[in-house]
Ligand binder design. Structure first.
Ligand SMILES: [Zn+2]
Length: 298
């Protein structure tokens, strides 16, 4: 006989599988998302001083989206002496007019140029590989794009890839530089709601309710966590997290409800040279991807 927790777990697992299988929308493939992380890491750091790696990554994102999306725009900008590029891909539903039926999903595509948390002091000046921190959010959005091209959502969806998120606390720079520029550069873009995904591939995924999100977009937090609960997405913790400076803040400041899905407490390889693909898991990516696809399709 199975011990009780195992029975419960098995039942929950069956429920979650059927919940996904019964869905009328395409299913998110974690292995495909994992492959997207590998590709990005192979381009090297996506940092301001590695223009080759950045260009290759941007080209990869653009080429992947090109056959899937209705419209792709790259918005170059200069801020604090740094050059950045935000990429904006839209999946238009002509029936969803105006901004009342418009959902934004965002992730940062840059990576951190230093590994200041690395216990090995000799590695602290090196860039992080950015598998989880940078790669995972992009990977989730790219795999979602595949789903949106298979079945058009009833709302218009914008996927935004923000540059220069992870320069925070380097030479007194703030986090989320690119997202702030995006909000400033596009004053007429005001989606009804949005979600940022950042660090979502860890094997032991743990996403609590980030504190700014919970305080300033409580309805949206409720909506997402009820989807997570219905899918038995174990990585979503119905607990209050801490305040995190991420790409959602410029949107919240502009009065747009945007929630940050981010792993916390940060894993021990966060901002180190060990932020590699070995820490990532297709199942974790799938949890986040399926919650987001239900969020968009329902
Ligand atoms: Zn970071």
């Amino acid at each position: 006989m199975l011990p009780k927790p195992a029975i419960v777990y098995t039942l929950l697992l069956m429920l979650s599988v059927s919940a996904v299988a019964d869905s009328t929308y395409p299913v998110f493939n974690g292995e495909k998302a994992l492959a997207h992380i590998k590709t990005q890491v192979a381009f090297g750091p996506r940092t301001p001083d590695n223009s080759e790696g950045k260009q290759a990554t941007l080209d990869f994102i653009r080429q992947t989206l090109k056959p899937l999306s209705s419209k792709i725009t790259v918005q170059p900008f200069t801020v604090q002496g740094l050059n950045g590029k935000n990429l904006w891909a839209t999946f238009i539903n002509p029936k969803a007019t105006g901004t009342t039926n418009r959902i934004m999903l965002g992730a940062h595509w840059d990576t951190r140029p230093i590994s200041e948390q690395d216990p090995d002091h000799s590695k602290q000046a090196l860039p992080t590989p950015g598998a989880n921190d940078g790669g995972s959010g992009v990977a989730v959005l790219l795999e979602l794009a595949r789903l949106f091209s298979i079945k058009k959502p009833e709302v218009t969806v914008d996927l935004i890839f923000f540059d220069l998120e992870d320069m925070g606390n380097i030479k007194n720079l703030p986090f989320a530089l690119g997202a702030q520029v995006f909000v400033d550069q596009n004053p007429f873009y005001r989606p009804s709601k949005g979600v940022i995904v950042d660090m979502v591939c860890d094997k032991n995924l743990r996403i609590p309710q980030e504190r700014y999100s919970k305080q300033q977009a409580p309805k949206l937090i409720k909506e997402i966590w009820s989807i997570a609960e219905s899918q038995n997405a174990m990585g979503f913790y119905k607990q209050q997290g801490t305040y995190i400076h991420d790409d959602h803040l410029p949107f919240l400041k502009a009065g747009i409800p945007v929630v940050d899905l981010i792993h916390y407490p940060f894993p021990d390889y966060w901002h180190t040279s060990r932020d590699t693909i070995e820490n990532c898991d297709a199942g974790s990516l799938e949890q986040v991807g399926n919650v987001l696809s239900a969020f968009v399709y329902n």
